[in-house]
Write a protein that binds this ligand. Structure first.
Ligand code: MRU
Length: 355
């Protein structure tokens, strides 16, 4: 296994192609895959080589550029027509994380607004993809610092429970929920991270725990059904999770199991925070009821590795996300500030939210 550099960047633009850390191989193998075509990028998103809402957005933006590069025409209208098809291919990869649609929308907007030659349009698309990536990194650092203002002040060193992976791997770098954890660690306000393993894809065990180990942040791995017990034992001071889509009223879709964690946190009077960039907020949807929930293949449930773990004849239900109602969320932490879900609208930009 080749060691990563101290900073983890899951998506990198390298000369003429995109390099992705293959997140399906961690933690046993650190493998980087090169992506040169838009259809390969769509496949990488669908198969979760790259995953996590902001990282999916960055990857899709580069996918749009790769697709633009493949279009052989000098005619602007023909180009835009073909680019819409690339956008459609990428939109079909995963339905829940709104950052995907946000990034594709911003890329399309770049193309429509540029009145230059097709060559100039292509260049502007690469510039926008790079801007989306850089902005996301800065955004995550800002989220990390905003989070410090709402974390409990006692005890001095907190034990924070997190779920799935909302770290550097799930963003352009640094992370959202894990960004807050990183900032707390830097400020010496963190004692330990509890990473819940996150069945069925195990992002907590495979990715969050891996990231913490890279940064020497103390981390304890628990199985998902241990969270209530740990809270009851007084082991958890706060819960921080990421989000795939937050609606105007503050409902938040995140990895399946997040909703149960929020209920259990409420029962134990433990603050429950959602950390996410503004690009994860879908102000067009009034409530979480409108969020499309991805259903994934049953093999994620009936198999652990290569081993089948249930008898034939069983039926399966495998939603990848659930929606935590706003009233279970203490605050939503964004790059613009940490607010109660009911105050989310105040953070909304005057400029449009793409997608
Ligand atoms: O199915 P995944 O691994 O893409 O799900 C990821 C999550 O649910 C994350 O918590 C979410 O995208 C926030 S990432 C900063």
């Amino acid at each position: 296994m080749t060691s990563p550099s101290t900073q983890v960047y899951p998506v990198i633009w390298n000369e003429d192609r995109v390099l992705l850390i293959d997140q399906t191989k961690l933690p046993t193998e650190y493998r980087v895959v090169g992506i040169s075509r838009s259809d390969d990028m769509a496949r990488a998103i669908k198969t979760m080589i790259v995953r996590g809402a902001p990282a999916i957005g960055v990857a899709a933006a580069y996918g749009m550029y790769l697709g633009a590069r493949e279009i052989q025409t000098e005619d602007r209208d023909v180009f835009l027509n073909q680019l819409e098809k690339v956008a459609q291919l990428l939109r079909q990869t995963r339905p829940t994380a709104v950052n995907l649609f946000w990034a594709i929308g911003r890329m399309l907007n770049t193309a429509y607004e540029n009145l230059g030659s097709v060559e100039q349009l292509k260049e502007s698309l690469l510039t926008t993809a790079q801007a989306i990536q850089i902005e996301d990194l800065q955004t995550c650092q800002a989220i990390g610092d905003q989070g410090l203002s709402v974390l409990p002040t006692t005890p001095e060193n907190l034990c924070i429970l997190t779920y799935c992976n909302a770290g550097a791997l799930a963003t352009a770098g640094y992370g959202t929920a894990l960004g807050v954890v990183r900032s707390a660690w830097r400020e010496k306000r963190l004692a330990r991270v509890y990473a819940s393993e996150t069945r069925p894809r195990m992002q907590g065990a495979k990715l969050t725990a891996w990231e913490c180990v890279q940064e020497e942040i103390p981390v304890t791995l628990i199985t998902d059904n241990m969270a209530a017990h740990c809270m009851k034992q007084g082991m958890i001071d706060a819960v921080i999770v990421g989000a795939d889509r937050i609606t105007a009223n503050g409902d938040a879709a995140n990895k399946i199991g997040t909703y149960s964690l929020a209920l259990v946190a409420k029962a134990h009077d433990i603050p429950f925070f959602v950390a996410a960039p503004m690009s994860t907020i879908d102000f067009k949807l009034a409530t979480g009821q409108g969020i499309p929930i991805e259903e994934r293949h049953p093999s994620e449930i009936y198999q652990v590795g290569e081993t089948v773990v249930c008898p034939p004849g069983v039926e399966f239900y495998n939603p990848a996300f659930d929606v935590t109602p706003a009233d279970l969320i203490t605050a939503i932490i964004t790059e613009r500030g940490a607010v109660a879900p009911s105050e989310l609208q105040q953070l909304q930009l005057k400029t449009s939210n793409w997608g």
